[in-house]
Design a protein around this ligand. Structure first.
Ligand code: DOR
Ligand code: ZN
Length: 334
């Protein structure tokens, strides 16, 4: 197959930022995807329907008139009331995103005790209102164990709130995949970097800060298990890039920021991987159909053409360096 026409590809986990960075990166999502779930970890976070509406307007202003639906995410607070959730849903929210305190960029006001009674009350309301609970599931333990240590919490929530749709965001380990398959109401997003890279690509040779993210990329064993779930288009997983742009000087320094930028080359890179494994026929499911089922969305119609034609990954896109800069992909986006 030398050409794939994707029907309304979706990115179910995206960081678009605001202001100058949003202006620089929004076009890459708007030209490649029909819609994306936009994360709320701005400073301050997107934690009210007013803020959510103005952020959505700001995003749309930078989409150059492209067909593109920003599915909004509300920042989780234990003080959320049912009326807040209803209003957020009416303003375009699809998920409520829970961050453990300090787990990642702009999560200082995240949750200190995930299973507190105040949080559980909000979980119940999220389920009643019909939003999804999306979680950055990492403990504050040893960096390679953080996701696995969080798995009992995902399972506890899934078990106690069987009507609540819970999303394991940017699933990064084989063990998480095992948890996912135990509960009907658990689903997961999988990034490009967690199926394409392992720790060797971050620290195995020269240090590459542009491959540093949270949750950190893991062992080849984990990568291969996630890759298989993506290639088989396991119905409980869908694509969420977690593309998280930071200016180059904020990455190439001491105290470098976590986040991998992948949006401009996400679809050709996925086509490259799926083709290499003889699974091109499953790409549509992984980048769109599964998400429509899991989230119950009906994205705006948009055909995106990917052709088998070599293209190098640029050294940088504006001021942001992508993953695998300089690598040649066998596929390009038209
Ligand atoms: O690496 C990451 N960067 N992980 C996250 O969860 C947040 C993101 C960011 O916002 O930069
Ligand atoms: Zn993220």
């Amino acid at each position: 197959m030398n050409e794939i026409v994707l029907d309304s590809p979706l990115d179910m986990h995206l960081h678009l930022r605001e202001g100058d960075m949003l202006k620089r990166v929004a076009k890459y999502s708007a030209s490649s995807f029909s819609g994306a779930v936009v994360m709320p970890n701005l400073n301050p976070p997107v934690d009210s329907s007013e803020r959510l509406e103005s952020y959505k307007d700001e995003i749309l202003r930078h989409c150059d008139g492209e067909v593109f639906e920003p599915y909004m995410a509300l920042f989780f607070r234990d003080s959320l009331k049912e009326s807040d959730l209803i209003k957020a849903k009416e303003s375009g929210a699809l998920i409520v995103k829970l961050y453990p305190k300090g787990a990642t960029t702009n999560s200082q006001s995240g949750s200190e005790e995930i299973l507190s009674s105040a949080n559980k009350r909000v979980f119940e309301m999220i389920s009643e209102v019909g939003l999804k609970l999306s979680i950055h599931g990492e403990s504050n333990g040893f960096v390679l164990d953080r996701e696995d240590e969080f798995l009992p919490i995902y399972e506890e929530i899934a078990k106690n709130f069987p009507k609540l749709g819970v999303v394991i965001e940017h699933m990064s380990t084989k063990n998480a995949l095992d948890s996912l398959n135990k509960y009907e109401n658990l689903s997961a997003t999988i990034t490009l970097h967690h199926i394409a890279l392992s720790l060797d690509d971050l620290i195995g040779g020269a240090l590459n800060p542009h491959h540093f993210c949270k949750p950190i990329i893991k062992t080849p064993h984990d990568r291969d298990a996630l890759l298989e779930a993506a290639l088989e288009a396991n119905k409980k997983v869908c694509f969420g890039s977690d593309s998280a742009p930071h200016y180059r000087d904020k990455k190439e320094c001491a105290n470098g920021a976590a986040g991998i930028f992948s949006t401009p080359i996400a679809l050709p890179f996925l086509a490259h991987i799926f083709d290499k494994h003889g699974k091109v026929q499953n790409l549509q499911k992984f980048v769109s159909d599964n998400a429509r089922e899991i989230y119950g969305v009906n994205p705006p119609k948009k055909e995106v053409r990917i052709v088998k034609q070599e293209s190098p990954i640029e050294a940088h896109y504006d001021e942001v360096v992508p993953l695998c800069a300089g690598k040649k992909l066998d596929w390009s986006i038209l």
